[in-house]
Design a protein around this ligand. Structure first.
Ligand SMILES: [Zn+2]
Length: 161
């Protein structure tokens, strides 16, 4: 149960301008939910891609790209470099945007970059079971629905229109 930030009354779901939104029945405040912005990086070295094995839900134990949420006020590119550093112990240089992914009903907007590992050896961060470079021909199954498309765009040089 969520409560009105203005008056503290319990919120109700109501349709406002064609969308169901939390509304306060006491003071009529409408809650407009903001999206969350996440960033992920296909970080490569000598043609191999750096993947992290997740130690938390969702998709615990599965492999994916270093990724995480952008902090409010943080530049997206800085967040991308920070997430790679935190999760893998390596430093990257961002090369290009691979795409912006979103879907109806999902509050997360995911921004994917291609990058080159320029320093450091992979060491798993606190949110990873393992960190490893995988050549494209022996890539493990990846955790998230967009991961395959992101990898295709990286491999083919493609990006979002
Ligand atoms: Zn209220």
């Amino acid at each position: 149960m969520n409560f009105c930030s203005r008056c503290g009354h319990a919120l109700q779901e109501r349709e406002i301008d064609g969308k169901v939104r939390p509304v306060c029945p006491a003071c009529a405040a409408v809650v407009y939910r903001d999206p969350k912005v996440a960033v992920g990086v296909v970080a490569a070295r000598a043609g191999a891609v750096l993947l992290t094995r997740r130690n938390h839900e969702p998709k615990m134990g599965q492999w994916s790209f270093p990724s995480g949420f952008v902090d409010a006020g943080e530049q997206v590119e800085e967040a991308a470099i920070r997430e790679v550093r935190e999760e893998t112990g390596t430093e990257v240089r961002l090369d290009r945007l691979l795409g912006v992914f979103s879907e109806t009903g999902n509050p997360v907007i995911f921004i994917a970059y291609a990058a080159t590992v320029i320093d450091g050896e992979p060491v798993p961060g606190p949110e990873c079971l393992a960190v490893e470079f995988f050549p494209p021909e022996r890539m493990p199954e990846l955790a998230f629905p967009h991961d395959g498309e992101i990898l295709r765009r990286w491999a083919t040089g493609g990006r979002c229109p």
